[in-house]
Design a protein around this ligand. Structure first.
Ligand SMILES: NC(=[NH2+])NCCC[C@H](N)C(=O)O
Ligand SMILES: [Mn+2]
Ligand SMILES: [Mn+2]
Length: 303
């Protein structure tokens, strides 16, 4: 794997109604992210945080547009800036490690990364598919839409953000850990034949077999592989500090195994680590687990 990491703090909470997830990047830093990556031998550059002006943010937070999209203008502006930063890191030969922030940041991270690949593969490790648009969304929260937007569904300005057109093809996506899909998302998965491993699949097959099949699906056809990891993919007993927890999730040890299989593949080229909200957490425990997850991805071994 690329040993030159750029940490990009995406300090946004615009994709959902609860403040605090914008503090996620700093919570991950305080939990020792950089030190851990350096101990693994990586060269790490922390590019600092991209964030909204707080006054503007407080004022703009929780405004819905005519399409029922929450903080629409703020999400668009934020992701345009983020896409530029991520694009620059990839251009400089680095592995962008984007720290969230809520998952709406994947609109910008995928826009910035996809410029560099013909067939970007995406592993979406999450309780949720994040495949809604304004019609199928139960909430209007854009953090439930970034993967759909990246595939070209929903609001045209968000779909065409940074570069015109979709950034990811449905056949290059694998969903892992799914257990809270809305009806419209289920329909989209069926219609587009997206390779999906629900939690039931994970429990039936084991996470090692799931990861093997996920990689088999992607490695030949994809020239880059992005991992978008939402900490609510894990069980809330492991990662309580997150805004939309769903019971019955992956354990830390399953996730460490999944990450070490990805490390062995030597194919991951970028990562989002999202939805850590220290204001909902129990003593920064969730950020600590997230750092362990990143450690396994970057090659930390138990022996
Ligand atoms: N990135 C997340 N945590 N997404 C949660 C989305 C929840 C729900 N499906 C919605 O669209 O509102
Ligand atoms: Mn989620
Ligand atoms: Mn998510």
């Amino acid at each position: 794997m690329n040993q030159n990491a750029h940490i990009i703090g995406a300090a946004t909470a615009f994709g959902q109604p609860r403040l605090g997830v914008d503090l996620g990047p700093d919570a991950l830093r305080y939990a020792g992210l950089t030190k851990m990556l350096k101990e693994l031998g990586l060269s790490v550059t922390d590019k600092g945080n991209i964030k909204g002006n707080f006054e503007v943010e407080a004022e703009r937070h929780n405004i819905k547009n005519d399409d029922n999209l929450l903080n629409y203008d703020a999400v668009k502006d934020f992701n345009t800036i983020l896409a530029g930063a991520v694009d620059a890191s990839v251009s400089n030969g680095a592995f962008p490690l984007i720290l969230g922030g809520d998952h709406s940041l994947a609109i910008g991270s995928l826009a910035g990364i996809s410029r560099h690949y013909e067939n970007l593969g995406v592993i979406w490790y999450d309780a949720h598919g994040d495949l809604n648009d304004s019609r199928t969304s139960p909430s209007g929260n854009i953090h439930g839409m970034p993967l759909g937007i990246s595939c070209g569904i929903g609001d045209a300005d968000l779909v065409n953000l940074y570069d015109a057109g979709p950034k990811v093809k449905p056949e290059n996506i694998v969903l892992i850990g799914m257990r809270d899909l809305d009806e419209g998302e289920k329909q989209y998965i069926h219609d587009n034949d997206i390779l999906t491993f629900t939690m039931t699949d994970v429990k039936m097959m084991g996470i090692a077999e799931v990861m093997k099949q996920a990689l088999d699906h992607l490695v030949e056809k994809c020239d880059g592989l992005h991992l978008s990891l939402d900490v609510d993919g894990l069980d809330p007993m492991e990662t309580p500090g997150t805004g939309t927890p769903v019971d019955g999730g992956l354990s830390l040890s399953e996730t460490q195994l999944a990450m070490s299989i990805l490390n062995d593949s030597d194919r991951i080229t970028s990562m989002d680590l999202v939805e850590v909200n220290p204001l909902l957490d129990d003593g920064n425990k969730t950020a600590g687990k997230a750092v362990e997850i990143a450690a396994s991805l970057f090659g930390k071994k138990q022996l």
